[in-house]
Write a protein that binds this ligand. Sequence first.
Ligand SMILES: [Zn+2]
Length: 951
Amino acid sequence: MANQSIVGTLKQLTETSSFEVRSKILFILIGILLGMFIISTIVLTVLLARAKTTKSADVNNDLCLNPYCIKAANYLVDSLDQSVEPCEDFYQFVCGTWIKNNRIPDDAGLQNTLRILDTKLNENIVDLLSATSMNEIDKLQSIINARILYSSCIDETEIDIGGIDPVLSLMNTKFGGWPILQGSSWNSSMFNLTNLLLKLRQYSYNIIFQIHSDIDEKNSSATNIKIGQGSLGLPQRQYYTNETNINIAYRQFMLNLAKALTNDTSMIDQDVKEIYEFEKNISKYYWTYDEQHSRHDETIRTTISNLSRTLNTSFNFTAYVHHAYLFGNVILKDMDPVAISELDFLIQTSSIINKTSPRILQNYFIWRFMMDQAEYMPRYIRKIKEQFNKIFYGTHVEQARRIKCGAYVNDNMGFVVSKLYIKKYFDQNARNESLKMIENILNSFINIINQSLWMDNISKVKAIEKAKTIGKQIGYPDYLGSNNNTKLENDYAAYVFNSSYIHNIFKILQIKAIENFRFLRKPVERKVWGNLPPTVINAFYEPSQNQITFPAGIFQMPFFDKDAPKYLNYGGIGMIIGHEITHGFDDTGCEFDKDGNRIPWWSDQTIEKFNDHKQCFIEQYSNFTLSQIHMNINGNQTQGEDIADNGGIKAAFYAYQNWAKTNVNMDKKLPGLTKYSPEQLFFINFAQTWCIKMTDSYALHQIFNSVHSPVQFRVIGPTSNFDEFDRNTGLVNGSFNTDRRWIVTENRLFIRSTFSLNDTSVKVNIQYNCSVSDYCDLEFLREILSSNWSTIQVQPIREKLVSRLYNPNNTDPIECLSNNNNSCLQNESLCLVKYYYWENDKDVVVFGACQNINNSPIVQWSQLYEPYGIGKSLTESGLYYCNTPTCGYNTSAIETFQMLSSEYILPVNLSVINATTSPSPTRTFPSTITSTSTLTESALTTTSNDAPCLL
Ligand SMILES: [Zn+2]
C-alpha cells in the first residue's frame, strides 16, 4: 500500500544546467537575494518602527518580537495582498503579493513554499555530502559510499568522457540491442520476451507489467507478491487519447535520441511510429488513478500454484515471477500469496503483445529503458531529454548539477544522508513539541468523530479506537539518533561504488530490485519507520501500519518553529498533522482497520453515509476550474486528499482553540499584522504555505497526474466548507453565506412535514443542528423561517405534487428502482415515489421503489434551497408513500400517479415556506413545508456539530 502524503513528489520538476547558465542564474539569484534582503530590512525597520511608535507599551507587550516572529511577520506581509477582500478571494488575499513577486525558476515548472524548502534541503544535503571533515561519523562506510556516489555524479567531465558506450554496451550485451539503431540488420530470431522482461526487472524496471513484494493488504503482518499494471512512457492514459504537443514531443524525444546514437537512420521514422502506436494501443486499457482507487475490490487473491489458472494470459506470468525472484535468491513456494490487480489490463495487454512483432516489442521495451537512462548520460544526450521536459513540465534549463546529485543520493541512500542531516539541522525540540501537538489534534479529531451525526455508535467506537492506536513517527527513526550504527551499516553494506557514475547507477538499480524481492521473506515489523527517509519535505499516513510520519525535513518555517506563536504552528504543521490523521479515515483509510488490515469495520449504514459525504467532495472539487488552463479538477482522483485537507484543517483549528483556552494570552500577535486575530493568522499561515506559481505545462501535469488538488483549491475547498473559517475571518458577519458555500457545515436546519392521507392536520418536525453558539437559538430560527414566509406561493399540495410527479406530456414510465418493468412484485406495493427538481437547469429526477409497508399512506412535500455550487439553487422534492390496494401488485408508477391525480383529496390547506435545512448530510437543502397552523416549536431540537463531508 502506497503512502499517502501531504504533497506530491518534486522529483523531475527540474533539470540541470550548463555552467554558463548556472553562472547567470547565480548572478540573478544573488541579485534577488540582495533585493530581498534590502526589502526585508526595510519592511522590518518599518514594522519595528510602527510597533514602537504607534503602539502603547501595553500593546507592545502583546507583540511577539523574537527573531522568528519578525521573520514570520516579514514573510506574511510579503505575501498578503491586503487590497483584496478576504471574503471575496481568500487565496488571492493571502498569496496575491507573493504571486506578484515570485518567479518560476528556469529549472522548474513551479515555484511554491515546498519547492523553496526542497531546494534549501538539497543545498544542505550537498553541503553534507561534499564535506571533508573526518569525525567518527564520517568514517562510517555507508557515509563514505554516499560521498563517493555524490562525487561520481557531480563529475560531469568524467561523465562526458565516459560517453554513451557503457549504456550501449549493457543494452547490447544484456538486453539484446535496440533495433531502431541497427536498421534492418537487427536479428529477431534471438528475441525472447520473458528473458527481456526478466533482465529489465533485474534493473528495477516494471514496464507495462509490475511485479513486486509488498505488505499484504488483508493481513498487515504478512507480505505478498503483487502483480498488476506497470508503467507507460507518459504517466497516464489521457496523454494518448488525442494528438497533443506532449505526445508529439514524446515521439520527437524518441526520434532525437535514436538519431544521436546511430548513423543508420534508415528505419527510425517507421520504428518511432510503431513504438508509439503499440504503446497507445496498450494505454487504452491502462487504469487511471481513480479507477485504481474505485476498483480496488477487483483485486484477486491467489497463490503461486494457482497463478497460471487465475491469470489465464498468453504471457506466462508464472515463469516470469519465479525467475525474477531468483535474482534475489528467493525461491517461491506453491502457497506464496499473490494479489492480482488490473486483471483486464493484464489480459488485454498480453493479447496485444502476442500479436505484436518482436521488432516492435524489442524497440519499445528498450526505448523505455533508454528514455530513463538519458538523464545519466553525457550532456549532449541530456539536452535531448531537456527539450522534452520543456514541453512536459515547462522547464527551460537543467537543474544545477550539485542539487540534482544531492537529490539523487538522498533518493537512493536517504537514511545515510539523514544520519548526517539530523545531527546538523534537526531541532530536537521539534520532537517533543510536535508530539504534544499530535496529541491535541488527535483529541480534537476524536471529538469530531464523537459529535458526528452520520456515524452510528458502534462505528464511532471503532473509529475512536483506530484514532487512538495510530502510530507516530516524528523526525527520524530512533536508530539514526543512536551511536550504534550497525543497522545503518548493514542496510547499506551492498552500496559500494566507484568513480563511474553510470556504473553506480546500474548497481543501485540492481540493489533496489534485490531488496524488493527479498522483502517477501522479511518479517514485517510493525510500528517502525517506513521506507521514506527523514530528509524529505513531506508527511505520510501508511494505512497498513495505521501510522503517521513527519520527517525531519518538514519541521521548519513556515510549518514549524519552536519559537513560533502556536497559531502559526497549528496552521502550518498542525494542519498537516490533521491531514495525515484524517487519511486514516478517508476513502482508502476507512477501509483499513486499526491493525492495518483492509477488511470492513464500519456498519453498512455508516459506510453508506460515508459514501454520500465522499460524493459531496467529488462533486464540489470537480466543479473547481483551474483558470490558468481552463480545466476542471478530477474530483474522483483527488477525493482522498481533499477529504484529508478538510478533516485536517478542522482538527488542527479546534486543537488550537483548545490550546488557547488553557493558555490564555500566551500567543502574541505579529508586528505589522496586529489587526488579525490569532485565529485569522492560523488560517492565513495555513493558506500561505500553499501559495504557488506554475507553468501551464506543470498545471496540466498536475491535473492529470496528481492525487492532490491544485493548491489554490487546497485553500479554497477546506475553508469554504468550514464555518469556523467564516466566523473567524469575519467573512459573513453572522449569517450563512449560502451563495459562496457548497456545504453549510455545522449549522443546519431540517424541517420536514409528514402527514398521512387521512390526516386533517400536519405535523412539523424541526431539527436544528449547530455548533456555533450565537446561531443556536430559537430567535435565529424564527428569523430564518419568517423572512421568506410570504414570498413562496401557496399551492394546494395535491396539484403541485401531481404536476411534478406525473407530467401528462411525459409518456415515459417513471423509473422504478426495484424492477426493470416498473411493476412491483406480488407481495410488494409501489409505496415510494420520489422526485427532485432543480430549478436552474430544469433537471428533474423521478424514481420509484417497491417495498411492502404496513403504515398508512403518507405524503411528504418540501421545497428546498440548495446553496451548493453554481447553477443549482432551488430544489423541490416530493415523496409519496402508499399501501392502498390500487397501488399494489402489478401497478406501474404511471398508473399509480393517475390514480393519485384523480383520487387524492387534499386534507388541509398548506403553505410552503422556505428555511434552511439539511435532510441529508451530503448537501445542505434549506427548505421546509408547514401548515398554516402554528409552527410546533416544541419539536425543535438542537444538536451539536455534524460536519457534512466526513469530519
Ligand atoms: Zn495526503
